[in-house]
Design a protein around this ligand. Structure first.
Ligand code: X8Z
Ligand code: ZN
Length: 623
């Protein structure tokens, strides 16, 4: 979590008049290059960092005790205080700055950033309403509970299941078609449907803030962080590259699920019901791996069992992940999972309601970094730990950058780092090294099984990663009106994921997008789509650096590379991460991969053996 989450950055309230004597146009209060450099380094840096620390502390305290009204009030107060200060200083010093007036590339980049006020552009009353609205949606999402299938008229306060771990566990483990449909529907009734009216307030106020920042709407403001005038087209082009692979996976998995569910499952329209993929949003399908395994008799990866057998604790999983990062010569991550230093790595049992969705925090003081996660001992969470550790490693690597550059090269880079590491960790080769996989025989069949496991996470995710923000861009721009919000959502679910709802949906009763954390929580999502593409570019490059992959030697496929203990790979990663946001992401990508564009070729290279297998199998189905 950084202050961008609140769209606020803060600097010291210095008095403009101190610069006036030196300025050519004192009325505008613009600073010369030297003055601005001096101001940013010696005044703004500390002030912005201190306020960022205060905001993160207030946010942390609230997120880890969300029914505490006092903490909610403190968060609101700090948010308003920060915004008022930011706005005041923006009016005095930054609003008239023009990047073209400066020579130094880094100063130009900082000026571009400083000119954006974000939500602080709203007056106090409206900012207060927007903050309260977003907090209320997050609160609804985090405290929503449903009755168990076996006791549908339960007393929610006593027997209600929350998303983590209760509801997610049902989704992951049950293959009772009707139970899954019940859980799928009741979760949406308890979460999304309850925030539809709040979402309208949120959209209107967010748009108002965006317009005050000279953007057409909030979607355009969000897309600005990707610094690409063709961003929407870029995303569509990436989707075109990967869609054929997704289509084969969808077809193969659909046929396997048909074998499991028989007549209950009607896929005659080419669409599959969204509730049988082991995940509330069908965004990752790894929990149904056992149902769709291509070669059930070949060796398979069952890390869940190994973790249990070896009596792993949550802390052990964090230490194992940290060990991987350190093996590459990266900075130890131990502070972020140290509960005495404030981290929350398990769901509290003291009655507090917390926001369980995993996150990694930078407290902007160069000392405090924390993970907040309701971790369970299973392979899925082991992978999420690596994801969160990637955020922390990024924070640590760019800690020496100025405040404005302590950020990802773009939001997708931030989401990709831990996933890149997890790609290496998830290879059977590595899992054997750390003893989480035994009796594994490496052959063509087990390789396809292993690759399928990764495809169920990564390929299955792609259309979901794209469609959430496609939908929000349409909402923010007004291309879809409130009376069609939910049906528009399902048009995209059908078009991209080829999924349909298991029970009828209707506007205005239902609001299914709100049943997803990032929609309720005002967190942009296209970053994950970008991350799912670029992590394969990173992975391929690190594999080459580690001497684990040679693109000209087809004998050793990309998906078998493990760069554990490779300091050469570690150096490559450091070179990119330490730049933070100081350069355009194309430049950072070049440092890390020698490529300048987002491109799915590395992803396709990685999955090539599986793609060929799926095409061949699906072809047989037709005959
Ligand atoms: O939200 C997350 C991370 C925290 S940044 C756990 N992810 C997305 C999600 O859960 O929907 C990681 C993958 C996609
Ligand atoms: Zn993340």
């Amino acid at each position: 979590m950084s202050t961008d989450f609140l769209n606020i950055s803060i600097f010291k309230d210095v008095v403009c008049v101190i610069f006036v004597g030196m300025l050519a146009h004192p009325s505008k209060c613009a600073m010369t290059e030297d003055e601005l450099k001096d101001f940013l380094a010696n005044v703004y840096e500390k002030m912005a960092s201190d306020m960022c620390t205060r905001l993160n502390e207030a946010e942390w305290n609230y997120d880890t005790d969300i029914n505490n009204e006092e903490k909610q009030q403190i968060l609101l107060n700090v948010t308003l205080e920060a915004a008022a200060l930011q706005k005041d200083n923006w009016q005095k010093y930054f609003k008239d700055l023009n990047p073209d007036d400066y020579q130094d590339e880094e100063i130009k980049r900082q000026v571009k950033d400083l000119r954006i006020l974000g939500n602080a552009a709203l007056d106090e009353e409206k900012l207060s309403e927007l903050t309260t609205t977003t907090n209320s949606m997050t609160n609804i999402y985090s405290t929503a509970k449903i009755c168990p299938y076996t006791n549908i008229n339960c007393d929610l306060s006593k027997d209600g299941l929350s998303l983590e771990p209760g509801i997610e566990a049902v989704l992951a483990k049950s293959s009772d078609y009707d139970e899954l449909a019940y859980v799928w529907k009741t979760w949406r009734d308890a979460s999304g449907a309850k925030m539809r009216d709040l979402y309208k307030i949120y959209v209107d106020l967010s748009n108002e803030a965006a317009v005050a920042n000279d953007f057409k709407d909030k979607g355009e403001l969000w897309r600005d962080s990707y610094e690409s005038p063709t961003f929407i087209q870029d995303m569509d082009d990436l989707w075109s590259q990967v869609e054929p692979l997704y289509a084969e996976l969808h077809k193969y998995v659909g046929n396997k699920l048909k074998e499991v569910y028989g007549d209950k499952l009607d896929n005659s329209d080419g669409l599959l019901p969204a509730h049988i993929f082991g995940n509330m949003w069908a965004q990752e399908w790894n929990n149904i791996a056992q149902l769709v395994k291509p070669f059930p008799n070949a060796s398979k990866v069952d890390v869940d069992q190994a973790l249990i057998d070896q009596k792993y604790t949550v802390l052990d999983m964090f230490k194992t992940s940290d060990n991987f990062y350190q093996s590459m010569g990266l900075v130890p991550n131990d502070i972020c999972y140290n509960t005495s230093a404030g981290a929350m790595i398990e769901k509290p049992t003291d009655g507090r309601e917390v926001l369980c969705h995993a996150s990694a925090w930078d407290f902007c003081d160069g000392q405090n970094y924390r993970i907040k996660m309701c971790t369970e001992v299973n392979y899925e969470d082991f992978v999420v730990i690596h994801h969160e550790m990637g955020h922390i490693q990024y924070y640590l690597q760019y800690a020496e950058q100025p405040y404005n550059f302590r950020d990802g090269a773009n939001p997708g880079f931030h989401e990709a780092i831990g996933d890149t590491i997890a790609l290496s960790v998830s290879t059977p080769k590595h899992l054997q090294k750390i003893n989480l996989l035994q009796d594994y025989e490496d052959n063509d069949e087990s390789s396809i099984n292993a690759l399928m496991d990764i495809a169920l996470q990564k390929v299955a995710f792609l259309p979901f990663g794209l469609l959430i923000d496609k939908w929000r861009w349409d909402v923010f721009s007004g291309a879809v009106t409130q009376d069609k919000w939910n049906s528009h959502w399902w048009e995209y679910r059908k078009q991209y994921q080829k999924l349909k709802p298991p029970v009828p949906r209707a506007d205005p009763r239902d609001f299914d997008p709100g049943a997803k954390f990032h929609v309720a929580g005002d967190s942009q999502y296209i970053a994950y789509f970008v991350a799912h593409i670029v992590q394969f570019q990173f992975y391929r490059s690190l594999c080459i650096a580690a001497g684990e992959y040679n693109p000209d030697d087809k004998e050793v496929p990309l998906h078998k590379c493990d760069f554990y203990e490779s300091t050469a790979a570690g150096e490559k990663l450091k070179d990119g991460l330490s730049l933070g946001a100081s350069k355009h992401w194309s430049d950072v990508l070049e440092v890390m991969t020698e490529e300048r564009k987002l491109d799915a070729t590395a992803l396709l290279e990685y999955f090539e053996p599986l793609y060929n297998f799926l095409k061949e199998q699906n072809q047989k189905l037709k005959l």
